[in-house]
Design a protein around this ligand. Sequence first.
Ligand code: PEP
Ligand code: MN
Length: 372
Amino acid sequence: MIIVMKADVGAEAPEVRQLVELAESYPGVTTELHEIAGSTRTLTELYLLGSTGVIPTEPFQEFSCVEKVVRITEKFRSIGRHGGDLEAVGFEYNGVEISQDTLHLFPGLCAVDAAANVDTMFEVLAEHGICTARAGAYKPRTSPYDFQGRGADCLPMVFELAGKHGIKIISMEVTHESHLDEIQTALIESGNATGVMVQIGTRNAQNFELLKAVGQQTELPVLFKRGMGITLEESLNACEYVASGGNRRIVFCLRGMKTNLGDPHRNFVDFAHVPAVKRLTRLPVFVDPSHSVGSRATAPDDVLDIYHVTAQGIIVGANGVLVDFHPHPENALCDGPQALHMDELAEFIGDTQIARDAYERRLQNRTGRRGA
Ligand code: PEP
Ligand code: MN
């Protein structure tokens, strides 16, 4: 059972303390209190765990601080919508609002290499008004002989350059929990020049110990990538590991499925799941067209497949796009063949705006449902 407080009732409010006492007076019931800082308001929720099936909702509903009492009807206890009874949870991080209503582009380097490329990347993004980027320092590679990323050594350089160009959030994959400390230490040493959204890659989607570690820290938000060879439900359950640790600033990212049914794309593009994930969970949903398509293949209409699938994600409501760019893709140490060129950024942004406008027009075109 989840008790949702009215707007701006904080976890410390005396009435909330009374609610906790009442809940815990039922045998076998424990509680967890969550304060979720959204961009427009703080949401306080009290989770009742254990044998809650027989507990009546009325005594809780009578409290003036309570907005609603929701019985948990399905899986995904923390990230789920529970039959639509819970609203989406967005968050603000380092001055950037991310929610099921917003759209942000996170273009950048698949893997950090030379400082000059990082500098150019952030500079060009800033020139185009973008303050969110991707940059991989720790790379999980299929072969142990491939470039594994520059690791902690490159973090001071990346954060300093991000600060120089006003980049507010970098999506950065971690492959081991020790990377969390490395990132946090480097951020502090940079004077918090930027922010980091910790990325869980598809290969670690069911690395439960890593998921627990990123979930138990609440300083950095988390971008969770769908597992490439498991069902959506399994991925959502895995994502629940992050939320159950206490971190509620989570983004779910679709990146395609590993199957040769997706050929000629590197992965089978699954962006039709954007609205499904928004319905099933409270999370903002991103897409990664680069790792889905995996090449610069171009359709006969002279539009790159990467652009086409990005538009497919945005036109159905995606909230963010992780996309590989590189100033010199031919020299990239990872995934160069799928990287877009810096001089394509303006065109790419324009294309995403067309798709977003179309999504917003589609919303205006709604006439209301006739019911179930
Ligand atoms: C990445 O975004 O750098 C990456 C490795 O993606 P994925 O985990 O989706 O393969
Ligand atoms: Mn990559």
